[in-house]
Structure formats: structure tokens, C-alpha cells
Ligand binder design. Structure first.
Ligand code: C2O
Ligand code: CU
Ligand code: CU
Length: 479
């Protein structure tokens, strides 16, 4: 079976110009350029199972458009960063260095780390000119996760300036699967973003600010405005990352070329799903394999969002590849929920509130026991007419999608670890959430302007063996 829709209701899509929607365009004079594949970040040192890295937030200048370079921020790079490749089980030591003119934080979106220190959200500032060391063990399966700045309340501005990079986790299961996995040859991260360029090609976050969330009018794919990829293998694996502050990406190929979705946010899918369209919300990741075997040398296949061409795949001749994607890719751990566990109800409301409240760094909104799975019901209370999709995200844990308004979840969200899901107006999504680390973690809408404006809350994960553990929560004034 091949699914041919985005699953969500098209009336709920971002299309409303009154709410800030902007059409995409390619600025004049921009030629097609090869897609940049972010190079793999080299460790400082490696000894057996231990590996050491330095991640430096820095200022830079980057050539997006002809003419003047754009002033940007990035990780060890002018904009975005390199790709960090970690292996399950590895003990990772990271020096987080801040060479920016203001404080920042380093949040590992999709990684299951203790919080708030390692998780790196609002309570873990690194001040300008300073550095901080963290270390953790990678305790999760193969996936594309990502690192981005998360200082409250200027996450959106810092991400807009460029502070985001891919963190790929590999494991023994992935190594066995007959799927494309040669990074940069048949496996490409595709970081989907949009930006607005002002005079002299500069960003101006303040001028563009919109409490509804900022749309850019220019696509930026791995930092390239108009990319093409020279395809040298028959099958290509694309690791899509929704890296926009606001925009949902509604992807499809020319000729309705079928994609085989093999992974979601934090794991492979239990069973691959064939589809011709895939929607990627802010913060989400989806991995697909496309098979170009019906094309010949010289053909071009385009990737679109709606009817806008994002990436050109230029087909070259290649060896035949008869490998078949297996029917089972991954066995998710599906914990049993104790019937006595509470079922918290989280609502994403108008005026950027969660459960009727704006975010406070000093307030714990929920508690959950370590290693104890719970159902959460997550509702988008926006009305049907003026509402929008809100991407719900939790730090520090993955979850399984149990149901949408009481019905089965979408085919590409079954049997997969997720950390970000779109929730439509008047929809309630039941998820099964499981934390394997203690700490204080945020959960929020991943439209980053909504999050900064208050659509965020905090959960404390309690170890029953040490129930009185206290956390030092910072507040915005003393940051
Ligand atoms: Cu991408 Cu609070 O996270
Ligand atoms: Cu996160
Ligand atoms: Cu929102």
C-alpha cells in the first residue's frame, strides 16, 4: 500500500497570510549550487569507548546570496554546524564553549539525557567567553537528533541566527540493515529552514518578529538557497529535519515518486511505510529512502514543498542495487502502563499558554516517576476556524503515539520513538511517555516564537529511591 496524503487536514495547514504565512521564492541572481553536506565533526580525542568533543558557538559570515555575506552564528562553523556522529553506548564528553556576545545554552533535542544540566535548556546557561563540560552515555537507538540553542526567551532569535546542527546516532541494528548508510554519498541530512534577508543580505530578527511565529520567504537547505544533488547511487536515504521556527514542510517529489519512510524522530519505524507525501513540522525528523531506478542518466527529479521546488536531484548512471528494505526494521520497547498511573492532560491554548498558564522557570508543572510509563493526553484547544497545528515536543524522553482523537495514529507514527508531533485544532493525541533519566525537563510547542512567548512548561522526573532531590531552578531575571 502506498499512502498518498499528508494525513493532516489541509484546512489546518499554514497558509493564512493574515497569520504571517509567506510564500517561498528564490531571490534574483541565485544560481543552483551543490547541496552542502555538513562535514562530520571530528572528536578532539578518542579512547576505547570514550570520546571528547568541543562545540563552540561562534559568530561568522556566510555566503547565502550573491553580494554581501550574511552575518550569522553557528557551531564550529559560520552557520549551522558540522554533523556529530555518536554510537549507542558511547561515553561522550563535550566542552561547550560560548564565543558569542551573549549567553546561550546547548540543548540536545531528541537525546535522552539527565536534566537540566546535560539536556541544556533554559537552566543551563553558558555565559559569553566561558565554557562548561558535560558528559553522558548514549542510551538510545539510531536516529537523527539535533543540537540547538535554547536560552529562554531568546531561543527563536538564536536559532534564526544559525545555532542548530545534526547529531546522528548509530547502533548495531542500523549497521545490519540493508539500507543506504554512507554519509554524504547515499545518505544526506536535509535541514529544512527558511529566512528573510534584508538590506545587504542581513538577517534582522527584531524587524521580522511575529508572535505567531516567523516565516521566512527564502528556503535554506543545509545553508543553501537553491541546492542540487548529484545522485550517484540508485537508492538514496534522506534525513529530513524540520529546522524552521514556524514553517511546516509538505514534501513530495516530481512524478509522485514513492518514498519509503524508514525512521522518525528517535528511532527506525518498526515497519517501513510507503508514501508519496510527508509533512515535517518544526522540530520533527523523518527519514525516507527513495529509489531512482526508473530514471536514467541526465534525468532530474525535484523535491517540492507544496508547489515550490526545493531540491533538484540530478541522476547519473549507477550500478544496479537489488537490496530490499526489510519488513521489520526495529523493535520498539512498548512499556506497560500501570492502570493506577495518572493520565495528565496537557493543553496547548490560545495566547501561547499551556494548561492556561504562561511558562515560568521557577514553577514545576508536572511530576512523573523515573522508568514509569504514563499516558499523556495532549490537546490543541485552538478553534477549528482560526487555529493552527502546534508541534508538541518533550525534552528528555521519547514517546509512542497511542491514538489521535481516539483513532489509530498515522501510519508513519506507529512503532517509532517520537519526541515532536503535530497536534491539530480540537485534536487530542494520546502518547505513552517514558523517562529513563531524572531531572527537570521542558515540554512545549516547537513553533519557537510560541515557546519563547510562554507556550512551555516543566516536568520533574522523580527517582522513588531519592524522592527529595532538589533542583536549582533559575529565573529569567538572574540569568
Ligand atoms: Cu528543540 Cu525545547 O527544543
Ligand atoms: Cu528538545
Ligand atoms: Cu504553538
Amino acid at each position: 500500500k502506498v499512502y498518498t496524503d499528508y494525513f493532516y487536514n489541509s484546512e489546518d495547514f499554514d497558509k493564512n497570510h493574515e497569520m504571517g504565512y509567506k510564500d517561498l521564492h528564490i531571490p534574483e541572481g541565485v544560481e543552483a549550487q551543490p547541496l552542502v553536506v555538513p562535514p562530520v565533526l571530528e572528536p578532539d580525542k578518542q579512547e576505547n569507548n570514550d570520546v571528547w568533543y568541543t562545540i563552540e558557538s561562534q559568530e561568522g559570515d556566510f555566503q547565502f546570496l550573491p553580494g554581501k555575506k550574511t552575518h550569522t552564528w553557528g557551531y564550529n562553523f559560520p552557520v549551522l554546524g558540522k554533523t556529530m556522529v555518536l554510537t549507542r553506548g558511547q561515553h561522550v564528553h563535550v566542552t561547550l564553549k560560548n564565543s558569542l556576545p551573549e549567553l546561550t545554552t546547548y540543548h540536545w533535542h531528541g537525546m535522552e539525557l539527565s536534566g537540566p544540566g546535560n539536556d541544556g535548556a533554559c537552566h543551563s546557561p553558558v555565559y559569553p567567553g566561558e565554557e562548561k563540560h558535560i558528559d553522558f552515555i548514549v542510551k538510545q537507538p539510531a536516529a537523527l537528533t539535533w543540537l540547538h540553542a535554547h536560552p529562554c526567551p531568546s531561543t527563536a532569535m538564536q536559532v534564526w541566527m544559525g545555532l542548530a546542527m545534526g547529531v546522528v546516532i548509530t547502533d548495531a541494528n542500523e549497521a545490519k540493515l540493508p539500507i543506504p548508510k554512507t554519509y554524504g554519498k547515499d545518505e544526506f541530512p536535509i535541514i529544512l529552514q527558511d529566512r528573510i534577508f534584508h538590506e545587504d543580505n542581513q538577517f534582522d530578527y527584531k524587524a521580522d518578529y511575529n508572535a505567531m511565529g516567523i516565516f521566512g520567504d527564502t528556503p535554506i537547505i543545509n545553508g543553501v538557497v537553491r541546492p542540487y544533488v548529484d545522485v550517484t547511487t540508485q537508492k538514496v536515504r534522506l534525513l529530513f529535519l524540520g529546522g524552521s521556527n514556524r514553517r511546516e514542510w509538505r514534501l513530495h517529489f516530481s512524478d509522485d515518486l514513492v518514498m519509503t519512510q524508514i525512521a522518525g524522530d528517535d528511532s527506525f519505524l518498526e515497519h517501513p511505510v510507503k508514501l508519496t507525501k510527508v509533512l515535517i513540522g518544526p522540530g520533527e525528523r523523518q527519514q525516507v529512502v527513495v529509489d531512482f531506478s526508473n530514471y536514467k542518466d541526465g534525468d532530474v527529479v525535484n523535491l517540492y514543498t507544496d508547489d515550490f521546488k526545493l531540491v533538484e536531484f540530478r541522476i547519473h548512471s549507477y550500478e544496479k542495487d537489488d537490496s530490499v528494505i526489510p519488513d521489520t526494521l526495529f523493535k520498539p520497547y512498548d512499556p506497560v502502563v500501570n492502570p493506577n498511573s495518572p493520565v495528565p492532560h496537557v493543553t496547548m491554548d490560545n495566547h501561547n499558554m499551556i494548561n492556561g498558564k504562561l511558562f515560568s522557570m521557577e514553577r514545576i508543572d508536572m511530576k512523573q516517576e523515573l522508568m514509569n510509563a504514563e499516558y499523556w493526553d495532549v490537546t490543541n484547544t485552538n478553534d477549528k476556524v482560526n487555529g493552527m497545528l502546534h508541534p508538541f515536543h518533550t525534552h528528555g524522553a521519547h514517546f509512542l503515539v497511542v491514538s489521535r482523537n481516539g483513532k489509530d495514529p498515522y501510519p508513519n507514527e506507529r512503532g517509532v520513538y517520537k519526541d515532536t508531533i503535530e497536534v491539530a485544532p480540537q485534536e487530542t493525541v494520546r502518547i505513552k511517555v517514558y523517562f529513563q533519566n531524572t531531572g527537570v525537563f521542558m515540554y512545549h510547542c516547537h513553533i519557537i516564537e510560541h515557546e519563547d512567548a510562554g507556550m512551555m512548561a516543566q516536568i520533574q522526573i522523580v527517582d522513588p529511591k531519592h524522592p527529595d532531590k532538589k533542583y536549582h531552578l533559575m529565573d529569567m531575571e538572574t540569568l
